[in-house]
Design a protein around this ligand. Structure first.
Ligand code: GAP
Length: 491
């Protein structure tokens, strides 16, 4: 597996992702998606929106504000509790996350540990500034929310915040969706969009950034509902690597487990299991390899302030198993908090029980950028035989689906006619630069699943060759049947 630094270099060279504001020296924790990156990212988001919103009858979409009132974050607890422990270098003044320094040196997870104990670990183990090796300050708590000033400076300006998660905007829009959209419990509200966190030490390329995108669903249930009618065999039979909270406390490792076992042992409820399985299947359906995925239960010490139980899907990054996705049982916490702080009822009328109630919530939360990163990792193949990189993207999310080549420039006019015939149905490029071998190599590095070559024989037999990226096999297809053939191959 290549390192995260090597992947970042490749991603920049091929136009997937660039460091932000490089022209002026760059800004840590911010990135820009290039021509290929934006297509891949949009395809991931479109696939998610189609799977979890458009093709379901019980999930409704919204697109909320990025700049949001501080009142939201006061109610949600983020202004109080959404903080990391930071230490400053006494010499170079750089700030570092205390838990990262301890994890790097001692290989232990201190999430949820008492501040005094974390401080003691740093002092006892003589942990120094990783950059200049000087002594570190005492630990401070650092809030991750980004404040922004709204309004012209006449005294009427207010402090607002860039949203720290998309979830809260779903909770604050909850009553408007209910009142406008004839929803019936159980139902979900989904959103894709940017979130911002003033991370102390953004690192590992797209893994931890200060501006990122989330794809989140808040799924609302009757508080007492336990049975999930949507739970099917494909969910309960799902097998995966599982790292329980108990095994983490005992310093053991993950083991193969079935979803039905976790339900039987009452480690999670049916609805939680359903959403966890649906999400896991979405990842594997996009081509992420199962051997690189595991489900990890949060230990009681690390649970977020709003969660009664959280399960992450982790990915085996070159820098270790890390969270790709989180799924929290948020109970009634958020709606009750907003009811208390806004002094407006968050209850809805439930037709079935003829009662007013505040629903409980299961929250599948996906990171767009981490999904992008894992897809790039799993697609990456350094093919020594071919002498080039091959990005084996699943064709349904590949940034370019079809490359169209003319064997020689003399055939450009006829080849363009083939390109024009395909371009409305598929994401195509017309590449006429360099030898055909060079063009195949370039297409491999862009992850194009199928390349079409128009050669001299095409003038007579009205056929072209289709070359498969993954095995380089070629077959001849009539131009009149090309569209149908490609549709079949790409589906
Ligand atoms: N609403 C719940 C929530 O925000 P989270 O675990 O803090 O939970 C959910 O974030 C997902 O958002 C993560 O699993 C990850 O994919 C993504 N994410 C969180 N912080 C991130 C960061 N600093 N950079 C990139 N992605 C991040």
């Amino acid at each position: 597996m290549i390192t995260i630094e090597e992947l970042a270099v490749f991603a920049k060279k091929k136009g997937f992702v660039f460091p932000s504001t490089e022209l002026y020296g760059g800004m840590a924790g911010f990135f820009e998606y290039g021509p290929l990156g934006v297509e891949l990212k949009n395809n991931i988001k479109d696939n998610w929106w189609h799977t979890f919103v458009k093709s379901r009858e019980d999930v409704y979409g919204i697109d909320g504000s990025l700049i949001t009132s501080g009142k939201i974050w006061e109610a949600s607890g983020h202004l109080n509790s959404f903080a990391d422990l930071v230490v400053d270098c006494k010499k170079c003044k750089k700030s570092h996350r205390a838990d990262h320094l301890i994890e790097d040196k001692l290989k232990i997870n201190v999430e949820g540990m008492d501040v005094k104990k974390v401080n003691k670990l740093i002092v006892d183990n003589k942990i120094k500034c990783p950059d200049c090796k000087a002594d570190l300050s005492e630990i401070n708590s650092f809030n991750l929310m980004f404040p922004v000033t709204v309004g012209a400076g006449s005294g009427s300006e207010i402090t607002a915040y860039l949203r720290g998660e998309t979830a809260q905007i779903i909770f604050t829009a909850f009553k408007n969706v209910v009142d406008s959209s004839r929803v019936k419990l159980p139902f979900g509200i989904a959103q894709i969009g940017k979130a911002f966190r003033n991370e102390i030490s953004p690192r590992n390329f797209l893994f931890r950034t200060r501006e990122f995108e989330q794809m989140e669903i808040e799924y609302f249930l009757r508080p007492k509902t336990k049975k999930c009618p949507l739970l099917k065999k494909k969910h309960t039979d799902l097998e995966f690597l599982f790292f329980s909270a108990v095994d983490q406390d005992k310093n053991k490792t993950h083991k193969k487990t079935k979803m039905s076992d976790l339900i039987k042992k009452k480690m999670l409820g049916e609805w939680h299991a359903y959403w966890l399985a649906e999400s896991y299947l979405w990842f594997t359906g996009l081509g992420i390899k199962e051997k690189n995925l595991r489900i990890r239960e949060h230990t009681s010490k690390e649970l977020s302030h709003y969660s009664a139980g959280t399960f992450d899907i982790d990915y085996n990054f070159p820098f270790g198993w890390k969270e790709l996705y989180g799924n929290a049982n948020r109970g009634q916490f958020d709606l009750e908090q907003h009811q208390k702080h806004s002094k407006k009822s968050m209850e809805i009328f439930d037709e079935e029980t003829k009662q007013k109630l505040i629903p409980r919530v299961i929250e599948p939360s996906f990171g767009v950028d981490r999904t992008f990163l894992t897809i790039l990792y799993d697609a990456f193949n350094d093919d020594k035989k071919r002498g080039n990189i091959v990005l084996k993207f699943n064709p349904k999310i590949a940034p370019i689906q079809v490359g169209v080549f003319s064997l020689v420039n003399k055939l450009n006019k006829e080849t363009r006619e083939v390109f024009d015939m395909l371009k409305d149905d598929f994401i195509c490029v017309f590449d006429k630069g360099g030898s055909i071998g060079r063009r195949y190599a370039r297409a491999d590095e862009q992850g194009i699943p199928y390349c079409i070559t128009f050669d001299f024989d095409s003038l007579d037999d009205k056929s072209v060759t289709i070359r498969n990226r993954d095995d380089t096999k070629q077959k001849r297809v009539k131009i009149s049947e090309l569209r149908d053939e490609l549709r079949k191959l790409l589906s």
